[in-house]
Write a protein that binds this ligand. Structure first.
Ligand SMILES: NC(=O)c1ccc[n+]([C@@H]2O[C@H](COP(=O)([O-])OP(=O)(O)OC[C@H]3O[C@@H](n4cnc5c(N)ncnc54)[C@H](O)[C@@H]3O)[C@@H](O)[C@H]2O)c1
Length: 240
């Protein structure tokens, strides 16, 4: 893809199923990658690996500073970190609801707030946040996750229109079910037929490398006119 070679990119949630695939694809494209997660990820080819708690503004500021020291001024940001809670809404604890929003919505906000000044100063910034089909499609038991991902999508759209004139492109990637530890944990709790899988017209879950390919596209020059979009990489889930 065009424009990824030597691009300095920060990735949160980099130790997870999708995050690690994103890092691998960006490294393969020649990008210089700062890989961040709760514990510094052990991933080949990265320029920097560090720890961050995206819900903590001091931690995010320190991780962005360390990444910038290692890579130089950042040009790309991929906010992958997120958690998932499934519960009937009337049984959902306030702590779980808050935590879900804290990691996805607040975490994405803190990550973007800490990196936008550099992207604006460069006049060239590429942001990919992580929504989900839950950002646009409701499902039983997903109220916390859907609220968090809906917030990420609207945060991203807001940033996209606010900073478009400064040369920053922000988009929200909304994957369908993707075969990662997160999805395996959800499926381990399942006692009924896998209706989620059946709701993907393509008939299967995504591989993490397929989501990573869409991420790389959104970071690359090949998506130069894509801005403020909810990019549904979902096997047709949201088209049904
Ligand atoms: N797997 C799916 O089916 C699917 C579908 C749609 C959207 N998503 C979204 O894609 C993203 C990645 O999902 P995944 O399946 O790879 O999940 P995963 O659980 O494998 O990875 C998530 C990563 O986020 C990290 N993380 C959690 N809290 C953090 C915090 N406070 N600070 C820093 N890092 C933190 C975890 O340590 C983990 O490495 C998430 O935002 C998820 O909601 C996943």
């Amino acid at each position: 893809m065009n424009g990824l070679d030597q691009l300095p990119v920060l990735v949160t949630g980099a130790a997870g199923g999708i995050g690690a695939a994103v890092v691998a694809r960006l490294v393969a494209e020649g990008a210089r990658v700062a890989a961040l997660d709760l514990h510094a990820p052990d991933l080949p080819g990265v320029a920097y690996a560090g720890a961050v708690d995206v819900t903590d503004e001091d931690s995010v500021a320190a991780a962005v500073a360390a990444s910038t020291a290692a890579l130089g001024d950042l040009a790309g940001v991929v906010a992958v970190a997120g958690i998932h809670v499934t519960s009937p809404t009337h049984e959902l604890s306030l702590a779980d609801f808050r935590r879900t929003l804290d990691v996805s919505a607040v975490g994405t906000f803190l990550t973007l707030r800490a990196t936008l000044p550099t992207l604006v100063a460069r006049g060239d910034g590429r942001i990919v946040t992580f929504g989900s089909t839950a950002a646009v499609c409701a499902a039983p038991g997903l109220s916390a996750y859907a609220a968090a991902k809906g917030a990420v999508l609207q945060l991203t759209r807001s940033v996209a229109v606010e900073y478009a004139g400064a040369g920053v492109r922000a988009n929200c990637l909304c994957p369908g079910g993707t075969a990662t530890p997160l999805l395996a944990a959800i499926n381990a709790e399942r006692t009924t037929r896998d209706h989620f899988l059946e709701a993907h017209p393509i008939g299967r879950y995504a591989r993490p490398d397929e989501v990573a390919a869409t991420t790389a596209y959104l970071l690359s020059d090949d998506s130069s006119f894509v801005l403020g979009a909810a990019v549904m990489a979902d096997g047709g889930f949201s088209a049904l």
